[in-house]
Structure formats: structure tokens, C-alpha cells
Design a protein around this ligand. Structure first.
Ligand code: PFF
Length: 454
């Protein structure tokens, strides 16, 4: 029996609208800013191999599970989990997954917005030709001047958050579809342009070897956990973001196909970003492990030396801000839908409230790059700690619970009915992956990481 419930928050007009919006959520700072720097910090090739395996074996099956749960429930993640648990005569405690997701969303958005603020600041650096002819040292100074100034960071963080709240308050479906349709391909074109520049930088082979020749002795269990955590982060999984988007998906769209398309697009963008960045790193003798500043210290070098660099550089950072923004929207959407549904708050109020909370926590990240740089939580700055906690612990745990919910709690017939995979072998493969392989893999990585710590 198929269920024809509709979400009170609306529905995507077509399956492509969902693919665009979910790709907008998935493709963001995670692909262009985070993937290259964590690859650099964790030794390159072996890290990339583990990340790709995690996308295929854990990411895609869990994305299918999350979209499926969302579409079945057609509510905010908290209420969806509660309703579906009730439907299967299970304990309403499953709704806690939704709550954990809401918290993870706040925490991620709080620092995501600060980094998006860096990209906004760079629109103006690029636009004023600050990178033209600059040396690696000069570019390094531009970056350190920016992050050492809490007032400027706070201002950009605030602007980014206000824009995000403004869009969320108008409802996600409006505008997002169209904007993603044109701006995402434009971002891809600019990344390809950067790739072209890198190919001629003289160190392309070195960059490719760094990214794809695996050296497993360079990878620790902590690195494996980071690679797995990033698979969740980059696909926006484990916190209800994709679940909410799934709740607006028309009933006849194929969840398997759409999930594979989104994962391929997301992974493609990350790999192209890495291939564009590492040759520049090697050609300029920069350290691969320079951390969160990596793209802000390398890409301006390319823009500073290519013809039309001021124009392309400005456009690139505008598009990066846009990509961050389409992801940021999905980070607070679960909380907003819950406030609207359950507390009957109007959407504008709900967006302002959630945005304000994330903005407030974000002040900690702003300070972690300057006045709090030496204040450590578990040996990490506030920013590093939040990133580690959310991406490497909360999202994988959220994903694990989603897999268990889809594989063990929901009735098999319901799951099959909602997924509509016609090929029985394909369905069986997915079912085995979510029931056994993904939960086992996540637990195993946690155990090995903890053993490595002892
Ligand atoms: N996937 C986004 C990125 O790669 O930048 C970040 C993100 C968005 C993570 C939404 C989690 C999420 F729910």
C-alpha cells in the first residue's frame, strides 16, 4: 500500500527539483574548503581511498535510508521518527535522533557561517585585485590579517547568517530550485578553469600522485574516522537535513537513482577541487597540512596569475558563498520545520530564532582563530572541537541510528514499498548494507580509533 501523505511545508515540483536542492545541500564548503585541507592533513591518497569507500558503502545506502524515512514520514525529522516508530509499535524514544540532528545542525551551522564569512571577505579581496601578482607570502598575510581580526570575522559571520535566515524564512522550495540550477553548473565551470590552471602549474603530476597514490602508513585510525565522518558531512547525512528534503519528494521519484546522482555530483566536485588545489600547493612549495586556510592561501595564487584573474576570482568566491548558503539552509531546516509543526510558530520567527542561536554559538568559532587561539578543549581549538564532535562523532552516530531504524525497526514491507526498487537483488543488497554492513563499519571505525588512543 503506498502512502499519499504530503508535507505541510510543501513539495518539490519534480524529482529534479529535489536532486538540485539536495545537491545544493551536499555541495558546499565541505567539498571545496574542507575536503582538500583534511586530505592534506591526513597524508593524501590513502585518506582519499577510505573516503571514497565510505561514500559508496556507507554514504549512498544511508542517504537512501534517510530520504526513504523522510518521504514516508512527510514531517520534520523529530516528528517523522516519532510517527514512524509509533506506526511500527516501537518506543517514541526514536524521536531523539531527530533532536540530536537539530543540535548537530546548530553546531555545524555556527562554524559553517564563520567560514562562509571568510569566502565573503574574499569576494572583495579578489574584486579589488588584491591577489594580482601576489606571492605565496603576500597571500598568506592577507589570510592571517583576516582571521586575526575578530571584529571583521564577526561582521561577515553576521551578514552570512542574516542572509541564510532571510531565505529560510521564505520557505525552502521557492527560489532554491532555480538558483541551484544555474549557479551550481557555473561553480563547476570555474573549478574546471582552476583545474586547467593547475594542469599547467608544473606540479600537476605531483598533485595527482598525492591525491591518488595511497600510502597507508600515512593514515592513522583517527584519519580513517575523519574520512568516514567526512563522507557523512559532505553528503549532509546523519542529522535529518536530507530527511527533511526527502519529506518534500514526490511519491513516484526513484530514491535509489536520485541518491546515486547526488553522491556522484558531490564526490566529483570534491575530487576536482582537490585536483585543482594540490598542484598549486606543490608548485609553490606550500605545506599540504596547513589546515583550514588551505584554499584561501592557494586559490588566490592561481587567480593572481591567470589572465582575467580578478574577474574569475571574484566570481569564484561569489559562487562559493552561494554553495555554502544552499548548504546552510538545509542545516537549520530540520529545526525550523519542527518549530512550525509543533509549536505553530510562523516560519519567519522560527528562522530568526534558529539563526540567532547558531549565530551566537558561532562567536566561539570567531574567537578561536584569534583571542581564544590558545584556549583548548581536549587539545583542540573551539572550532576544531566543534568540527570534530559534529562531523566525526555526531553525524556517524546519527547515520548509524538511521541505518538501524531503516533496517531493523521499520517493517520490511513498508521500506520496500517506499523505496520502490524493482530489481529484487538490488533491494536485497541495499537491505544487507543498511542492516549489517553500515552499522558494523561505523562501530568498527569507532572501536579502532578508541584503541589507537589508548
Ligand atoms: N554537505 C555540506 C558541505 O559539504 O558543505 C555541509 C552540510 C550540510 C553538512 C547539511 C550537514 C548537513 F546536514
Amino acid at each position: 500500500m503506498s502512502v499519499t501523505r504530503e508535507s505541510m511545508h510543501g513539495q518539490w515540483s519534480t524529482r529534479w527539483a529535489f536532486i538540485l536542492a539536495a545537491t545544493g545541500s551536499a555541495v558546499g564548503l565541505g567539498n571545496i574548503w574542507k575536503f582538500p585541507y583534511i586530505t592534506g592533513e591526513n597524508g593524501g591518497g590513502a585518506f582519499v581511498v577510505v573516503y571514497l569507500i565510505c561514500i559508496a558503502v556507507i554514504g549512498i545506502p544511508i542517504m537512501m535510508a534517510e530520504v526513504m524515512i523522510g518521504r514516508r514520514g512527510r514531517r520534520s525529522p523529530i516528528n517523522t521518527m516519532r510517527a514512524l516508530a509509533k506506526e511500527g509499535r516501537h518506543h517514541p524514544n526514536w524521536q531523539w535522533l531527530g533532536w540530536a540532528g537539530v543540535v548537530a545542525g546548530f553546531l555545524i551551522l555556527s562554524y559553517y557561517s564563520v567560514i562562509a564569512g571568510w569566502a565573503m571577505a574574499y569576494v572583495f579581496r579578489a574584486g579589488s585585485s588584491a591577489f594580482v601578482g601576489a606571492t605565496a607570502d603576500g597571500i598568506g598575510t592577507i589570510f592571517s590579517d583576516l582571521i586575526s581580526d575578530p571584529e571583521r570575522l564577526l561582521a561577515w559571520h553576521t551578514i552570512f547568517m542574516v542572509i541564510t535566515m532571510a531565505v529560510v524564512s521564505r520557505g525552502v522550495a521557492k527560489g532554491l530550485e532555480k538558483a541551484v540550477r544555474y549557479l551550481m553548473p557555473a561553480l563547476l565551470v570555474l573549478l574546471l578553469l582552476l583545474l586547467g590552471y593547475s594542469m599547467n602549474s608544473g606540479a600537476f603530476a605531483e598533485g595527482v600522485a598525492f591525491m591518488f597514490a595511497p600510502n597507508f602508513s600515512a593514515l592513522s585510525w583517527n584519519g580513517v574516522l575523519i574520512a568516514m565522518g567526512h563522507a557523512f558531512f559532505t553528503l549532509s547525512l546523519g542529522m535529518g537535513a536530507i530527511m527533511v528534503y526527502g519529506s518534500y519528494l514526490p511519491s513516484d521519484a526513484s530514491i535509489a537513482k536520485t541518491s546515486v546522482i547526488i553522491a556522484l555530483a558531490d564526490t566529483g566536485v570534491a575530487l576536482i577541487a582537490g585536483l585543482a588545489i594540490f598542484p598549486i600547493v606543490f608548485a609553490n612549495g606550500l605545506p599540504t597540512g596547513s589546515g583550514p586556510g588551505l584554499i584561501f592561501q592557494t586559490l588566490p595564487l592561481a587567480f593572481g596569475h591567470m589572465p582575467g584573474g580578478t574577474f574569475f576570482g571574484t566570481l569564484f568566491f561569489v559562487l562559493l558563498v552561494f554553495a555554502a548558503w544552499t548548504s546552510a539552509i538545509s542545516l537549520i531546516e530540520p529545526a525550523v520545520t519542527w518549530l512550525v509543526e509543533t509549536l505553530h510558530m510562523d516560519r519567519i520567527k522560527a528562522s530568526v530564532l534558529t539563526g540567532f542561536m547558531a549565530w551566537f554559538i558561532g562567536i566561539g568559532t570567531v574567537f578561536s582563530f584569534n583571542i581564544w587561539a590558545n584556549n583548548k578543549v581536549f587539545g583542540m581549538t573551539f572550532f576544531d572541537f566543534l568540527d570534530y564532535l559534529t562531523a566525526n562523532i555526531m553525524l556517524p552516530l546519527g547515520g548509524l541510528i538511521i541505518a538501524v531504524f531503516a533496517g531493523w525497526v521499520m517493517v520490511r514491507g513498508t521500506v520496500k514499498d517506499e523505496l520502490q526498487i524493482r530489481n529484487p537483488r538490488l533491494f536485497q543488497t541495499w537491505y544487507v548494507l543498511v542492516r549489517y554492513v553500515t552499522p558494523f563499519a561505523v562501530v568498527l571505525v569507532f572501536i579502532f580509533k578508541l584503541r589507537g588512543d589508548i
